[in-house]
Design a protein. Structure first.
Length: 194
């Protein structure tokens, strides 16, 4: 826990900070060091997972923590440049912690301050730079990763489609109302004056 990360002005720097820490962490293949490093993040994720949806949605602190965690984990995921380090992060996140991010995305879909860091985290997890995403032939890891990414895309895609329909309907209603104002009144009606 780093106090300077709590400041709102440093939110965007969290990804870079954790990317740098992750690069240092992954310089050697110490799994025990990784577990110790992610323990505070793990505890925060478990704590947020136990919070009911209503409380999660209505609490500013929970919202702020989800934004920070998404940025932190994206930085950590960016630091994985080998199969071993990527698998370490993936196996730690899936399935226990990915469910929390799906819950958060479903609660705050319309809030871009929360949704975008979550989407960027899952984008980073799906990005196969340096051929780091390689699962054993007998492992269902690739299918499970695809399933989690598709849940995120479908959840956010449904929201975007609904917003597009609502916005199109609002534009049509507005255009219709504005068009009606430009039409002169029919002759012989009280509005025409005759």
């Amino acid at each position: 826990s780093f106090p300077f990360l709590r400041e709102r002005g440093n939110l965007r720097s969290r990804t870079t900070f954790y990317h740098t820490l992750g690069r240092l962490l992954f310089m050697d293949d110490a799994t025990s060091r990784f577990r110790a490093f992610v323990l505070p993040i793990h505890n925060t994720l478990c704590e947020l997972a136990s919070v009911p949806d209503v409380t999660l949605r209505d609490t500013t602190e929970c919202r702020r923590r989800m934004i920070g965690l998404s940025r932190d984990l994206r930085g950590l995921a960016q630091a994985t440049s080998s199969r071993k380090t990527y698998t370490m992060v993936y196996e730690w996140l899936y399935p226990k912690h990915t469910q929390l991010f799906l819950r958060a995305l479903s609660i705050w879909t319309a809030d871009t301050d929360v949704a975008h860091p979550i989407l960027k985290l899952f984008n980073e997890l799906a990005l196969n730079k340096t051929q780091r995403i390689t699962f054993d032939a007998s492992s269902p890891g690739g299918i499970l990763l695809f399933r989690e990414i598709s849940k995120v895309v479908c959840l956010y895609g449904e929201y975007v489609c609904q917003e597009a329909v609502v916005n199109a309907a609002a534009k049509a209603a507005s255009a219709q109302a504005n068009a009606g104002a430009d039409i002169p009144p029919a002759p012989g009606t009280p509005e025409s004056g005759g």
